[in-house]
Design a protein around this ligand. Structure first.
Ligand code: GLN
Length: 303
């Protein structure tokens, strides 16, 4: 069997559609690009090619895996985030475009001392130490290190396997200065002699209630690591730990930035407010206009 490339992709896309894959056309093209080592422009240049028997077979093998609802990124091993390449596997959450907004906000804060154009002073403007808590693939911390030379980034995660991926991603992006710490939340940052403090603590922690996870697409539910998704009964477990623990690890004027689920703004703000340790607690939306980020500043000591 030999087939024109265009036809091959059409058949692949149809098989993905039949399997209920949302972005069937895009994924059918991406898999062809991956197989041939082409980018999307290269694909267009080869649009008239005829694919030989063995190529068709290899392509349909990839299509079959995607039709089984294995995430595209687990097949290709890659996801782009902030325009940078990231290796991914089933030990880390696949970085989401929604999370880029928070990274852009952090970069604005570091570079200009503003947040969406509004003054939001903090110690970050002079550069500083950043902790990416629950770093997974390292998407957040590594992009910050890559895109702002002022920032000294530490990525931490409970999962050793995730940290291995994150380390690879730092190397892939030439970020030699990024540090990695295996830690159950803040555990590794406090001790009798040292209590490590940061200018920015940024985190996209697990925040989905298990009951909601059950109803998610099979790509997420069956293939992404449960420990990166599961935020406990009400989805807020990690925000509770962060609200209680973060202040002890924040320098004067430091900022906390958290990604949240679209319906968690009020609850997370309340958790932070309840500690009495944070000021200027604000919610920000993502590109789709949904609540996505909470920012807060460490309150000055009142004494
Ligand atoms: N920080 C990583 C990301 O945003 C992983 C988040 C997680 O595992 N919950 O992609």
């Amino acid at each position: 069997m030999s087939l024109p490339l265009k036809e091959l992709i059409n058949i692949g896309a149809q098989q993905l559609r039949d399997a209920g894959v949302a972005d069937a056309d895009i994924d059918a093209k991406e898999l062809l690009c991956y197989m041939q080592g082409l980018d999307r422009v290269g694909l267009m240049l080869h649009w008239q090619d005829v694919m030989q028997d063995n190529q068709c077979e290899a392509y349909f093998d990839l299509i079959a895996r995607r039709a089984a609802r294995i995430p595209l990124q687990h097949i290709t091993g890659r996801q782009e985030f902030m325009g940078l390449p990231f290796d991914v596997n089933d030990k880390v959450l696949i970085p989401r475009q929604d999370t880029e907004t928070m990274v852009e906000d952090a970069l604005e804060l570091a570079e200009k001392g503003t947040l969406r154009g509004q003054e939001y002073s903090g110690s970050l403007r002079k550069g500083g130490d950043v902790l990416d808590l629950c770093c997974g693939s390292g998407a957040i911390g590594i992009s910050l290190a890559k895109l702002s030379s002022k920032l000294h980034v530490t990525c931490s995660d409970l999962s050793r396997e995730a940290l291995e991926v994150a380390r690879r991603n730092a190397a892939l992006n030439g970020c030699k200065g990024v540090k990695f710490t295996e830690s159950d939340m803040f555990a590794a940052f406090k001790g009798k002699l040292v209590n490590k403090k940061f200018d920015l603590i940024i985190s996209n922690p697990p925040y989905i209630p298990p009951a909601v996870i059950e109803g998610l697409e099979p790509e997420v539910r069956d293939h992404e690591p449960m420990m990166a998704l599961d935020g406990g009964e009400d989805g807020l477990d990690f925000y509770r730990v962060i609200a209680a623990g973060a202040p002890d690890h924040m320098k004067k004027g430091a900022v906390l930035m958290l990604e949240i689920g679209h319906d968690q703004r009020a609850a997370v703000k309340e958790l932070l407010r309840g500690t009495g340790r944070f000021d200027r607690i604000i919610g920000l939306t993502d590109l789709a206009g949904r609540d996505r980020i909470i920012v807060a500043q460490l309150a000055p000591k009142t004494k």
